[in-house]
Design a protein around this ligand. Structure first.
Ligand SMILES: Nc1nc2c(c(=O)[nH]1)N[C@H]1C(S)=C(S)[C@@H](COP(=O)(O)O)O[C@H]1N2
Ligand SMILES: [Mo]
Length: 427
């Protein structure tokens, strides 16, 4: 068994599989993970703020930037994680598989880390296509897994610190090359494998076990060492090209200069009513009738005061024009020109407390985004509008006619369409 493990390691050895490469790719992966975690936690708290939390409303494109970065870094994890798994794959055949209780914990934590990472980036990617082929709620699980992964990342770095420090800089790489030149091929676990081989020789001599084991050994023996020899430069080039390709071909959904290259990203800039992509349609939200009904009015409430405004009344109030993006959590975003009434003007008409948070309710009867909440920093911001027009025309039904919310620095999910009621929440 141990000899078989050794032979498997020998067959898998190739110059690109070495500790230095594991550290180089691991560093990039670590950065991508931390970027994803930071931007993910930010996005989470924007949507589920703790009562005391206040957020910056400038730069107005902050969320577009942070969430775009989240998706791009997440996509970059695919080639990086696959590369990392490729490099350390021979470790699977480490012999003996478990040396001590601590070693068992180490291997278990890595197995969990790999598994959780693969699940995390896969469900994240599928979410950008709004495809949920699983029975659990995406957002909660993605968030919880984020914390699990940071914990495992810290543990992993702690466990691997000796290797990381040894192979962190290229100077160590030079030392390693010198050893290679002297004839030693160092694959991860090669020393262990060598010990296993010596142990096997001690036990069996050159005698080969009979039966299935013997035949397997013969087959492995017949396999030339490193049948798929991949040079370090070739490997890094392949990972670089794969990374640049998946990032370059999707980042256009957030970063306009790359838009022409956006082939995998599920949303295209400028495609949709009034040049803006539509996420949830009026039909799916079930608001086609209520949003076009003649009697529609927007109700504002604060304390005991309650007032309703028809669309004509809203149009008769002072109008403000702003340029703000819809920046969806799924990564796509689109800058647009909005025109409408400042929310703070409406809030003043019902004498709302300047420190009050507001609750926005849509005409939508079901759906998780029918009701959203907004802190005072957004309510009082001069760019926050009850929008009546989009890109110079009456707001399309698909974009929230008769009136929708648009505020700076917020995720798309909170830009409530088909508004019905806006009320100050008294703490
Ligand atoms: N009432 C309501 N408003 C909503 C949604 C919704 O499902 N219902 N979807 C939100 C999401 S997820 C996004 S990204 C934006 C998209 O706005 P758009 O369809 O006008 O581009 O609307 C937001 N407003
Ligand atoms: Mo969204």
């Amino acid at each position: 068994m141990r000899r078989m493990m050794y032979e498997a390691q020998r067959a898998l050895a190739t110059p690109s599989r070495n500790p230095r490469m594991a550290v180089v790719i691991g560093r990039l992966l670590g950065v991508a993970f931390i970027v994803c975690f930071g931007t993910g936690v930010y996005s989470h708290f924007l949507q589920e703020p703790l009562p005391w939390m206040r957020f910056p409303t400038r730069p107005a494109l902050l969320y577009q930037f942070s969430q775009g970065t989240h998706i791009v870094a997440g996509i970059a994890c695919f080639p990086l994680l696959l590369a990392k798994l490729y490099i350390v794959f021979p470790e699977l055949f480490a012999s003996p598989p478990v040396k001590s209780f601590l070693h068992l914990l180490e291997r278990a934590s890595i197995a969990l880390f790999v598994g959780a990472s693969l699940v995390q980036i896969t469900i994240g990617l599928l979410n950008t296509y709004q495809w949920y082929p699983w029975p659990f709620p995406f957002r909660e699980v993605h968030y919880a897994l984020g914390w699990v992964l940071v914990g495992l990342l810290v543990l992993h770095i702690g466990i691997k610190l000796p290797i990381i420090t040894r192979f962190w800089s290229a100077r160590h790489e030079a030392e390693r090359e010198a050893t290679d030149a002297a004839g030693a091929t160092e694959a991860p676990g090669a020393a262990d494998a060598e010990a296993a081989r010596l142990e096997a020789v001690r036990l069996w001599g050159s005698r080969r076990p009979s039966g299935v084991t013997g035949r397997l050994l013969a087959w492995i023996d017949a396999t030339p060492a490193a049948p798929t020899s991949v040079s370090r430069r070739g490997f890094l080039t392949a990972v670089g090209i794969a990374g640049a390709a998946v990032v370059g071909l999707t980042a256009g959904q957030t970063f306009a200069p790359l838009d022409a290259l956006n082939v995998f990203g599920p949303r295209k800039k400028g495609v949709g009513q009034q040049g803006v992509p539509v996420n949830r349609t009026a039909q799916r939200a079930g608001v086609t009738a209520s949003a076009t009904a003649a009697g529609w009015a927007l109700t504002l409430a604060a304390g005991g005061v309650e007032r309703s405004f028809s669309r004509a009344e809203l149009e008769a109030m002072p109008q403000t024009e702003v340029e703000l993006p819809i920046a969806c959590v799924e990564g796509w975003s689109q800058l647009a020109v909005w025109r409408g009434v400042r929310l703070r003007d409406l809030a003043d008409l019902v004498d709302a407390d300047p420190d009050a948070s507001f609750r926005l309710t849509s005409l939508e009867q079901r759906g998780s985004f029918r009701r959203t909440q907004m802190g005072p920093e957004y309510v009082r911001d001069p760019l926050t509008l009850v929008a009546l027009e989009l890109n110079g025309e009456t707001l399309d039904l698909q974009h929230g006619y008769p009136a929708r919310m648009i505020a700076p620095g917020r995720p798309g999910v909170l830009q409530t369409k088909w508004l019905s009621r806006i009320e100050a929440i008294t703490a």
